[in-house]
Design a protein around this ligand. Sequence first.
Ligand code: HEC
Length: 107
Amino acid sequence: MKIAKFLLIIFCILNFNFQSLLADEEKMAKGLEIFNETAGCAACHALKAAGSDANIGPNLDTVSLTEELVKEMVTHGLGVMPAYGEGILTEEEIDIVSFYVANSAGK
Ligand code: HEC
């Protein structure tokens, strides 16, 4: 009985990690699509992982970014950079594209 419980716990942990891994992969794929298509970030920003080399905004591979910082910037915009939180992207799309940019910058 004890072993069965132990195995069940291990299984749950592995299963949980596996699912969160898959979720991350999905977010990265969706984030790339938002970056290049839905939001058009690629029209202004270079990001090697997304295959973009535009130079209207800062090169996202060379600035130091956290997911929070990207989220702030995308939500509120600054100067030429649109405020995507004002009806352009949903909150979920902003979360996903911020996760994508923070995890692919410099790669
Ligand atoms: C119309 C051009 C344009 C588009 C489209 C655009 N940006 Fe920007 N972005 C800029 C400019 C210009 C700045 C610099 C703003 C400033 O400092 O005045 C900037 C700044 C940023 C920064 C801050 C960089 C730093 O130096 O810390 C991030 C992060 C960012 N943009 C991400 C994004 C993402 C993600 C998207 C798509 C959802 C996007 N941008 C779409 C022009 C754009």
